[in-house]
Each structure stands twice: as structure tokens, then as C-alpha cells.
Design a protein around this ligand. Structure first.
Ligand SMILES: NC(=O)C1=CN([C@@H]2O[C@H](COP(=O)(O)OP(=O)(O)OC[C@H]3O[C@@H](n4cnc5c(N)ncnc54)[C@H](O)[C@@H]3O)[C@@H](O)[C@H]2O)C=CC1
Ligand SMILES: O=C(O)C(=O)[C@H](O)COP(=O)(O)O
Length: 378
């Protein structure tokens, strides 16, 4: 058997070598010639898996180690009898961590408390529902918009996009990119969307660049119809719009899902799927070890500090979006290199908080976010 694997997928070396030939390649070098005699591809968002790539190939199965799968032409795969899978939810906690960090930074920058704000979450799947939980823990009012779920579940927990535009102080987008159909999301945030916003919200896009119209977003900032913009996903990545970059509050190179935990989940879900498909007998495969940051102990002193200040310190200790923002602004032309050489970032559960005079409420929130908490608090 022959497997083609994107060489930026971590923790995967050695998993498939016992079962055949394994070729590791940059996504951009995954060409029709390379996949011609391959049985399977393990890929990322950087490889368009379409007829142009696959028509002459022997590929029977594609696993993408990502949540989004808009780079896979699923209609073509169905017609060609090629099975595929994504890695649902693999890095959703990482995006939640990004959101929490960004919200706490924006609250400090604009001198507001999160608990006084209403957030509208557009797309309430794996990511959106975790973001909703985190926002509720932070004391925010949460509005949920998800027409496909609303139709399927008939639940009254959802509101219309119109209501979000009217009531939200912050709007965050967590939809898949869909170019057409009843729930199309291409340019969901367009000129009309921005013109109808009633509370000059902060807008956050960590789903796909094409969900937000770049020109409309720039105009919205310049006209003051939004009070802030956080952008992780851009139209035409990696050639991002320099005007937009100059206007946004936090700008990052599509790394919201880049915790090592999220990457490791994507890798193991892909290997397990390949194993099930080809009956390789490694259906429970896991990476041997996942990198840790240098520091995993967080000493928190709660004296004379609000709960939000304490939580901000703990969250930013694990991940501060401003570091990725600074790196991108310094070298926007290095967009792909910044992604490829991304530093070690871990999610909350690997961190232990050592509290001193921290309120039980703040400790409870940190524990619910996933931090380990040491018992003594003095
Ligand atoms: N920046 C990054 O690093 C990452 C970005 N993503 C992006 O985030 C997207 C969402 O991820 P998940 O929550 O895991 O996906 P998911 O599939 O679990 O949830 C998506 C939700 O959006 C809803 N939805 C679909 N069309 C909608 C519309 N027009 N309006 C409102 N809701 C709509 C769906 O019903 C579903 O509940 C992915 O498709 C991917 O594009 C995901 C992970 C990392
Ligand atoms: O999982 C997704 O969906 C994402 O957007 C990933 O974080 C993107 O990762 P790459 O495949 O571009 O490394």
C-alpha cells in the first residue's frame, strides 16, 4: 500500500510504515503525479482534493486531519467512489482557548467587563458550543444562531441572525464554508450584515476567510459600524489583504486550532480512520507523546484583583493571542511559515493553578475551563 502524508502533520511518523510505503510531502507538492499510485492521502487544508488531483489516481481514501473539509470536493469523491473523512472536533478546544484569550484581551483593551456583554455565536457545532460554555462561565449573555440545528432540533434555544445583529456586543463566526444552498456561508458577513449591526459590535472570524467579505469588513471598520475586529482566517490565504491587516485589532495566521492537543487529535483520528478503512488493526492508535510547554505551573495571587483579572492572567499564561498577532504583523509574507513552524501551545488541562487568595468563584471558573487547581489557597 502507498500513503501520501502532508509533512506538516505532527506525531504521525512511524504509524503507517509497517503497512506500506509512506511519502511525506508539503501540501503544495501533492500533485497528480505523486498521488497516481497512492491508496490513501492524509492531508490538511492546503491540498485541494478535487478531480484535477485525483482523476488519474488509485486513491481510495482521504483523511484530512482538520475539522473543516471545504478543500475536499465531496461531490467528486462520491462520484469517483473515493471515501473521505475529516476529524470532527479535533481542535475545537484550541479554538475555544483562542476565543477566550481574544475576548479577555479585547475587554482589557476597550475597558469593559465581559460579564456586561452579550455575545452572538453564529454556528453552534463543536467549536461554537464550547465557545458558548466558556462565555457563560465568564458571565456573558450568550445568543446562539444555527438554522440547520434549529430546523433539525426544533429547539427554542436558537435566535435569528437578525436578533444577533440587533442585540450582540460581540459576534463570533463558527460556521463551515458552504458556497451554496439554503445555509450558504460564503460572505455571510457582507455589506448588508455590517450595515444592519445595531450595537457596533466586535466581530471575530476564526472559521474561514471567505465567510467574511474583506472589503465589507474594511468599510465597516472605517465607518465605525463595528468597534473591533479579530481575524484568524482570511480570504486568499496566504496572500492576505494588507489593508485589512492594518485595520484589525488582532490578526493571526489561521492558527486558532493550532494547539498541540488539537494537532495530536487530528493525527490520531486520521490514522484510526485509515486503520478502519484498510483494516490495519490500529484502530486505537495514539501518538506516543505530545510536546509540553516549558512552564505548566501558574502561580496566581488574587489579592485586590477581580475574578476577570485573575482568569485573564491564567488564560493568557497558557496562550496570548497578541504573540501570534505580533509575529504576523512583523512578517505577513511569512504566513505559511508562521503556521508551519508554530510554537508549542497546549490547552488548559496540562496547566496547574497554584492559587493564593483567589476567590472560590474564580477557582470554580478556572476548574470548569479545564485547569488543574492545587488545593491550598493561601
Ligand atoms: N481557525 C481554525 O484554526 C479553525 C477553523 N475551523 C473552522 O470552524 C468551522 C466550524 O467548526 P466546528 O464547530 O467544529 O464545525 P461543526 O460542523 O461541528 O459545526 C458547525 C455548525 O455550523 C452550523 N451552520 C452551518 N451553516 C450555518 C449557517 N449558515 N448559519 C449558522 N450556522 C450554520 C452547523 O449546523 C453546525 O452546527 C469549521 O468548518 C472550520 O471551517 C475549525 C477548526 C479550526
Ligand atoms: O481544522 C480546521 O478546520 C482548521 O482550520 C485547521 O486548524 C487548519 O489547519 P491546517 O490544515 O491548515 O494546518
Amino acid at each position: 500500500m502507498k500513503f501520501i502524508i502532508d509533512n506538516k502533520i505532527p506525531y504521525i511518523k512511524g504509524a503507517l510504515e509497517p503497512f506500506g510505503e509512506v511519502v511525506y510531502l508539503p501540501g503544495a507538492q501533492t500533485t497528480p503525479e505523486v498521488v497516481k499510485d497512492a491508496d490513501a492521502i492524509i492531508t490538511r487544508t492546503r491540498t485541494s482534493c478535487n478531480e484535477a488531483l485525483l482523476a488519474e489516481s488509485a486513491v481510495k481514501f482521504i483523511a484530512t486531519a482538520t475539522i473543516g473539509y471545504d478543500h475536499i470536493d465531496t461531490a467528486y469523491c462520491q462520484q469517483a467512489g473515493i471515501e473521505w473523512t475529516n476529524a470532527p472536533g479535533c481542535n475545537s478546544r484550541s479554538v475555544e482557548q483562542y476565543l477566550t484569550s481574544a475576548l479577555l484581551i479585547m475587554a482589557e483593551k476597550q475597558s469593559f467587563q465581559l460579564r456586561d456583554k452579550t455575545i452572538g455565536i453564529v454556528g453552534v457545532g463543536q467549536v461554537g458550543s464550547k465557545v458558548a460554555c466558556a462565555c457563560k462561565l465568564l458571565g456573558m449573555q450568550v445568543l446562539l444562531n444555527d438554522p440547520p440545528r434549529e430546523r433539525a432540533e426544533g429547539s427554542d434555544e436558537f435566535v435569528s441572525l437578525q436578533e444577533i445583529k440587533a442585540k450582540a456586543d460581540i459576534i463570533t463566526l463558527h460556521v463551515p464554508l458552504a458556497m451554496q444552498g439554503e445555509d450558504a456561508t460564503f460572505h455571510l458577513a457582507d455589506t448588508l450584515f455590517f450595515n444592519e449591526l445595531e450595537r457596533t459590535p466586535i466581530v471575530i472570524n476564526t472559521c474561514r476567510g471567505e465567510v467574511m467579505d474583506t472589503f465589507a469588513a474594511e468599510t465597516a471598520i472605517q465607518r465605525g459600524s463595528i468597534s473591533g475586529l479579530v481575524v484568524d482566517c482570511w480570504e486568499r490565504e496566504p496572500n492576505i489583504d494588507q489593508n485589512l491587516l492594518a485595520l484589525v485589532d488582532l490578526a493571526t495566521p489561521h492558527i486558532a486550532g493550532y494547539s498541540k492537543d488539537g494537532k495530536a487529535n487530528g493525527t490520531s483520528m486520521s490514522i484510526q480512520a485509515i486503520s478502519r478503512f484498510f483494516q490495519l488493526g490500529i484502530d486505537n492508535w495514539q501518538p506516543a507523546k505530545v510536546d509540553l510547554p516549558e512552564q505548566t505551573i501558574i502561580e496566581l495571587d488574587g489579592l485586590n484583583r477581580t475574578d476577570e483579572e485573575i482568569i485573564r492572567e491564567a488564560v493568557l499564561f497558557t496562550y496570548d493571542v497578541r504573540n501570534d498577532d505580533a509575529a504576523l504583523r512583523q512578517s505577513p509574507e511569512q504566513f505559511e511559515q508562521l503556521r508551519g513552524d508554530y510554537p508549542v501551545r497546549r490547552e488548559y488541562p496540562v496547566f496547574t493553578v497554584k492559587p493564593k487568595d483567589v476567590s472560590p468563584n474564580a477557582l470554580d471558573i478556572l476548574a470548569q475551563l479545564g485547569f488543574q487547581i492545587e488545593k491550598s489557597n493561601n
